[in-house]
Ligand binder design. Sequence first.
Ligand SMILES: NC(=O)c1ccc[n+]([C@@H]2O[C@H](COP(=O)([O-])OP(=O)(O)OC[C@H]3O[C@@H](n4cnc5c(N)ncnc54)[C@H](O)[C@@H]3O)[C@@H](O)[C@H]2O)c1
Ligand SMILES: [Fe+2]
Length: 378
Amino acid sequence: MTENLHSIARTITLLQPTRIEIGAGAITRLGEWAKEFKRIFVVAMPSTAGFVDRACLVGDVVTYVDIPPEPDLPAVDAVLAAARAFRPDLVIGLGGGSVMDVAKLVAVLWDAEQSVLDVVGVGKVNGRRTALAQVPTTSGTGSEAGIRSLVTAPDTLAKMAVESAFMLADLAVLDPELTYTVPAAVTAATGVDALAHCVEAFTNIKAHPVIDGYATLGITLVGRFLARAVADGTDTEARTGMMMASYFGGLCLGPVNTAGGHALAYPLGTRLKLPHGLANAIIFPHVLAFNASARPEKSEIIARLLGLPGSAKADTLFGEGFAFCEVLGLDLHLAHYGAREQDLRGWAEEAFAIKRLIDNNPRPLAVTDILSIYQNAL
Ligand SMILES: NC(=O)c1ccc[n+]([C@@H]2O[C@H](COP(=O)([O-])OP(=O)(O)OC[C@H]3O[C@@H](n4cnc5c(N)ncnc54)[C@H](O)[C@@H]3O)[C@@H](O)[C@H]2O)c1
Ligand SMILES: [Fe+2]
């Protein structure tokens, strides 16, 4: 069974944006591409709205800046109402994963009969109406590469996933200069998110040799460039490397997806209100070590590509993975974010219930395993 899943003969579908502009200053090419559009709706945040001018857009341009981090349903409904009033023929997502995920929904829903709740799940979107360009300003989610959007449910605070090929971008612009202003702590956390996408796809039970190629490229780039990007936000080479790593991580999410790491991170994000990247960084070394016995060769490759000196034995890998994140300035102790021992069992049950990811993990994760990982992370 596992052998078959690993086979190169397994069929996968790989989707990518139609066109990708890459490099320092690439955002100036957005205006040239967008010339044919007359009504342009830019989705942004206060921290990213200032980049609109660099895109040299012509026509009627409206910039909506009210997207909160980890957007919830009311936030998405509000931007949809603004888009309906404007009637765009091009939607641009200019921001991190929070913004790009919303831009996808605006592109498919502003002119549709369907609501956000109607399209939660896989393949529920009826049809794509509006052109979409995605311009990431963080290097982490790889959302610009993919077909998923995550929206927080206001009542349960759980993430609802919408997946549709209609949400794929026509254009992605990977301009590292847009990430110069990302604070060091956000650079570190989002960078480990990109790494986690690559590592969880690489060690996944659904791993595929084609996706392994993107995953190892991404891991290599994180090993070479994340610490540099954290140390000097204007290091163009490092910022470019991380933007590519994030993109490759996004490609891994489509046909393979993440596994135990992301499943364990989600309750932390929800319950402790941690940003997605930080929740993943806290979990990363624990799951890397937990999975080592099930994927010894791949764990050794990951360690080598990240420049970790030791072997792929679980305890060595844990110590080195932990140190890798810690030198980036990340605080990986759950208690420092308000977690208490008595919370952990409930969270472990929640993580275990995310079967679409837990079932992808190369080593089975029981509730007791998850609980002991959370206890170790406390
Ligand atoms: N679609 C997917 O496949 C996918 C994958 C992973 C995560 N996500 C989702 O993406 C969201 C997280 O995205 P993220 O990690 O990119 O964070 P984010 O978009 O929430 O941004 C994090 C913070 O960085 C700030 N910021 C963004 N760009 C900046 C810049 N250039 N300069 C200064 N500050 C800047 C933002 O204002 C925000 O405060 C979550 O909602 C998560 O669920 C989606
Ligand atoms: Fe992620």
